[in-house]
Design a protein around this ligand. Structure first.
Ligand code: SAH
Length: 210
């Protein structure tokens, strides 16, 4: 199925707020997917990137960015850069520096190049274990985890401001629920459960134990 960015934006606008949908009109997803999948770039589905990883489904990303209550000026830490697509969408909403961490060195280097080529100079792509967060730029107003986690990694909770929001797919390796937490008096409180989803698992120290 071939579909256009305009069509995708029209579909998303039925379910998601305008500030989120606008980001999808601004970012060319076709430049983030491998060339062989380019004709599917605007279908509402996940697509393979490299090394067994994926670029997430647009409506799932839209739900996460909506739950995260992004707005201009907020400082966001993103875990799981992948192609860099969600980092670009995040920046289009906040227009403030975004830090994004990717575990796979090859994906990390490619995303860094791609975002630079597109002029996203305020997105810092860090190669490493996102479960550890990125202390040099902490604290963050929002943290969005784009890989499945058994629970929110402790370092991330620590690097969030009080009153800040974390959104993540939480569950098992095979299925998760999008969850939203708010940090209150130093503790993360679950405030909302969204759609069931399937994300690739977080790797590294805070991933699933095999
Ligand atoms: N947001 C991405 C897609 C994310 S898929 C996009 O828009 O394309 C999940 C990504 O999380 C994969 O690229 C995977 O390599 C990465 N990942 C897995 N474990 C990680 C970890 N511990 N730290 C940072 N990234 C991780």
């Amino acid at each position: 199925m071939k579909s256009s960015r305009v069509e995708l934006v029209r579909i998303l606008s039925r379910r998601f707020p305008e500030h989120v949908v606008r980001a999808f009109s601004a970012v060319p997803r076709e430049l983030f997917v491998p060339p062989e999948y380019r004709e599917y770039a605007y279908a509402d589905t996940a697509l393979p990137t490299k090394n067994g990883q994926t670029i997430s489904q647009p409506s799932v990303i839209a739900e996460m960015l909506t739950l995260a209550e992004l707005r201009p000026g907020l400082r966001v830490l993103e875990i799981g850069t992948g192609s860099g697509y969600t980092a670009a969408l995040t920046y289009e909403i906040t227009r403030a520096p975004v830090v994004t961490v990717e575990y796979d060195p090859e994906l990390c280097a490619e995303a860094r190049e791609r975002l630079k080529a597109l002029g996203y100079n305020e997105i810092l792509v860090v190669c490493g274990d996102g479960g550890e967060g990125y202390p040099p730029r902490a604290p963050y107003d929002r943290i969005v985890i784009h890989a499945a986690v058994p629970e929110i990694p402790e370092p991330l909770a620590e690097q969030l401001v009080d009153g800040g929001v974390v959104v993540a797919p939480v569950g098992s390796e095979h299925s998760q629920i999008l969850e939203k937490y708010i940090k209150k008096n130093g503790e993360l409180v679950l405030v909302r459960r969204g759609s069931p989803v399937v994300f690739v698992p977080l790797r590294g120290r805070y991933g699933f134990k095999f």
